[in-house]
Design a protein around this ligand. Structure first.
Ligand code: BTN
Length: 324
């Protein structure tokens, strides 16, 4: 049985229940085959209401990106100019990396409806259900020394935070280095992977995950305390195309400003959006935990932390946890 046959049956019975028996008769398949097909459609983003007595009712169809609509909505000049839209991929990072290796220009953007092996920082995974979020990777070719690459992560977090705040009106802050939080729960993640030769960056793949329309049922139980979505926090769905278009415009402008004026303006913007400054925290580094109060961002992208004895320490890479 293919999706088309069962979906056209629901289309002809819009808003009403169709019994499993009727579906199986009309399509000439077993009840088990009907149930399996419904499960597949649910995995693809279709929502059904199921009733033991009445059967199935189609509640909503996945709201997918259209390459045409995206193309028409983009307001950026270079970012997203070359755009590839995929349905299901392992990770958009892999596709963008392959494109970069083949010489794809700066601004080449890969977007997928779903990632089956989405990657997070520190070797973690990234939940990327179909049609519910923005899962994308962009090729950047900055002419900066390799040790400045962390600046790009912070720049990207600033642009994303400013754009999402503007679109949703929600109170969103940045937890160092680049997590975007609403009431302490993460709504997006940024993963920069770079390829270098000697001291020169050949390219950077900037991966961005925005949990736009995920519902609580999309998260495993243990993540619900730490993660949320714009939909859960805002109590409504958001247009993913608008989210992408607005962010790309903001990101491109900030990237241009950075190329003209350096990292200074990004530091000021980052500090204004940060939820990490001035609070006692614990920084988990491979060399051990550090307790202190972050007081500002440094030119290198490191965070400056005041320790209990009044001295300062620059921390380049760590997980920021709650106070000790
Ligand atoms: C984090 O751990 O906070 C970073 C998460 C980055 C997720 C995005 S989704 C698009 C791109 N493809 C991936 O596999 N990861 C990044």
């Amino acid at each position: 049985m293919n999706n088309e046959a069962i979906l056209s049956l629901f289309d002809n019975n819009s808003g009403v229940y169709v019994s499993g028996e009727r579906i199986s008769q009309e399509l000439g398949v077993s009840r088990t085959a009907v149930w399996k097909q419904i499960r597949k459609l649910e995995a693809a983003g279709y929502r059904f209401e199921a009733s033991r007595k009445l059967g199935y009712r189609l509640m909503s169809v996945p709201d997918l990106f259209s390459a045409e609509e995206l193309g028409l909505s983009l307001k950026s000049d270079v970012f997203g100019k070359s755009l590839q839209l995929f349905d299901s991929v392992e990770s958009t990072q892999n596709i963008a990396r392959a494109a970069a290796e083949e010489g794809a220009p700066e601004g080449t953007l890969i977007i997928a409806e779903q990632q089956v092996s989405g990657r997070g920082r520190m070797g973690r995974g990234w939940i990327s259900p179909r049609g519910q979020g923005v899962w994308m990777s962009m090729v950047l070719r900055p002419t900066i020394p390799i040790h400045f690459a962390p600046q790009l992560t912070l720049l990207t977090a600033v642009a994303l935070c400013r754009s999402l705040k503007r679109i949703t009106g929600l109170s969103i802050g940045i937890k160092w280095p680049n997590d975007l939080l609403i009431e302490g729960k993460k709504i997006s993640g940024i993963l920069l992977e770079s390829a270098a030769e000697d001291e020169r960056l050949r390219y950077v793949i900037a991966g961005i995950g925005i949990s736009v329309n995920l519902e609580e049922s999309d998260y495993p139980e243990e993540l619900l305390a730490k993660a949320t979505s714009l939909r859960i926090a805002g109590g409504r769905k958001w247009e993913r195309t608008e989210v992408v278009a607005d962010f790309l415009k903001e990101w491109e402008q900030l990237y241009l400003l950075y190329q003209e004026q350096g990292f200074g303006p990004v530091i000021t913007l980052w500090e204004a959006l940060s939820v990490s400054l001035g609070k006692q925290v614990r920084l988990i580094t491979p060399q051990g935990d550090i307790a202190g109060v972050p007081v500002g961002l440094e030119e290198s992208g490191a965070i400056r932390v005041e320790l209990a004895d009044g001295t300062f320490k620059s921390v380049f890479s760590a997980e920021m946890g709650e106070p000790l």
